[in-house]
Each structure stands twice: as structure tokens, then as C-alpha cells.
Design a protein around this ligand. Structure first.
Ligand SMILES: Cc1cc2nc3c(=O)[nH]c(=O)nc-3n(C[C@H](O)[C@H](O)[C@H](O)COP(=O)(O)O)c2cc1C
Length: 182
């Protein structure tokens, strides 16, 4: 083992799975942001947490929201991950300008994402400031999956499992110069 700059060791985390956070603004209109930093935190009740940087538009939305949606993007939504991760809802109507389609939720008011591999409707739970990000944990109150779990709709994160591409970052895999800003 050799000591390295922190970022060099962190790069060994990739590939990582990615989620979409769909959070409502004060009018109830949804904004979408991808997050690589997420995890389930409880089985009963089922809870999922995301870590969101202070400057993100989504950060303010989640502080105010009583409910929101977390989704696993499908392979069909790769370009939407790039678009929503490189534009801010403070400046852009990301739903309007991306290829993302909305679908009706079952319990919360925030729409779910058509063609996602899975969507989790969440009620806002505890949050914790950690350094320059806040961890927001939500209780899952309903879940949805795409009706056809084919190649196109499989979980985007799973596309980049073990194999020769293992240590490439998402931005390299997408062939873009975008750096995940988490
Ligand atoms: C693949 C990917 C993963 C990302 N993961 C995170 C993350 O976990 N937390 C975070 O705060 N930002 C993350 N970002 C950056 C935000 O998605 C990006 O800053 C986005 O434009 C914020 O949108 P908003 O301003 O509409 O909230 C990620 C971006 C990409 C492309």
C-alpha cells in the first residue's frame, strides 16, 4: 500500500450506482438531480438517504419538501443523468428540456419518472449535515418498477459492474468531460 492524495483513493469507488432525486419546488413543479451518494438505511420502515451539496438547488428543495421521489435511472436515461447533473434547476426547467417523462405517483404529490428502473416515493425524514453536504433520509411509502425490465430499462448503475471498466469514472464511461461533482 502507498499513501496517495485523497482523490486518488476515492476514485477507486467507481463505478458507482446513481439515483435521481425528484424534488418539488414551492409551486410543486419537480426538479431532477442525479446523486451518486445514496444508500438504503433501514428495512422496516424502508428508508433511503441521499447526500446533497449545500450549493445545489435540490438542497433547498429538500430542506422545504415534505415528500419527494428517489429513482434508479435506467440505461435509457443515461443522457438525462448527464443533462440533469450538469444543469441546475435554478436556471433550467430540466423536466421540460430533458427527455424525461413523468408518471403519476400513488401516495405523494411529486411525480415519478416513467422509464426509470425503479421509483421510490418518499416522505421526508431526518437530515444530517456532514461537511459540505446534507444527508436527507426519506421513508419509502410506495415503490414502482418499469413494466418491462428489458435491457433498455435495466438499472443504469448496474451497467457498470465489475469488469475491465471497473475503475473508470462515470464521466469517462459517458464519454463526456463532465466531472461528477459529488
Ligand atoms: C453522476 C453524477 C452524480 C452526482 N452525485 C451527486 C451527489 O451525490 N451529491 C451532490 O450534491 N451532487 C451530485 N452530483 C452533482 C449534481 O447532480 C449537479 O450539481 C446538479 O446540476 C445539481 O442540480 P440542481 O442544482 O438542480 O439541484 C452528481 C452529478 C452527476 C452527473
Amino acid at each position: 500500500m502507498k499513501r496517495v492524495p485523497l482523490g486518488e483513493a476515492v476514485a477507486r469507488k467507481f463505478p458507482e450506482s446513481v439515483v435521481f432525486i425528484v424534488a418539488p419546488d414551492e409551486e410543486g413543479d419537480p426538479n431532477v438531480m442525479p446523486a451518486g451518494w445514496s444508500m438504503f438505511t433501514s428495512n422496516d420502515p424502508l428508508m433511503i438517504a441521499v447526500s446533497v451539496g449545500f450549493p445545489r438547488y435540490t438542497h433547498g428543495l429538500l430542506e422545504a419538501a415534505e415528500e419527494y421521489v428517489v429513482a434508479f435511472p435506467s440505461a435509457a436515461q443515461k443522457a438525462d443523468v448527464v443533462f440533469c447533473g450538469s444543469n441546475s434547476g435554478a436556471d433550467v426547467d430540466k423536466i421540460g428540456e430533458s427527455g424525461l417523462s413523468l408518471a403519476d405517483p400513488a401516495v405523494v404529490s411529486t411525480p415519478i419518472l416513467e422509464d426509470a428502473a425503479a421509483c421510490f416515493e418518499c416522505r421526508s425524514g431526518p437530515s444530517l449535515e456532514t461537511g459540505d453536504h446534507t444527508i436527507f433520509a426519506g421513508e419509502v411509502v410506495a415503490a414502482h418498477v418499469s413494466e418491462t425490465y428489458d435491457e433498455r430499462l435495466k438499472n443504469l448503475g448496474r451497467e457498470w459492474g465489475d469488469g475491465p471498466e471497473r475503475f473508470k469514472t462515470l464521466s469517462e464511461l459517458l464519454g463526456s468531460t463532465l466531472s461528477p461533482q459529488s
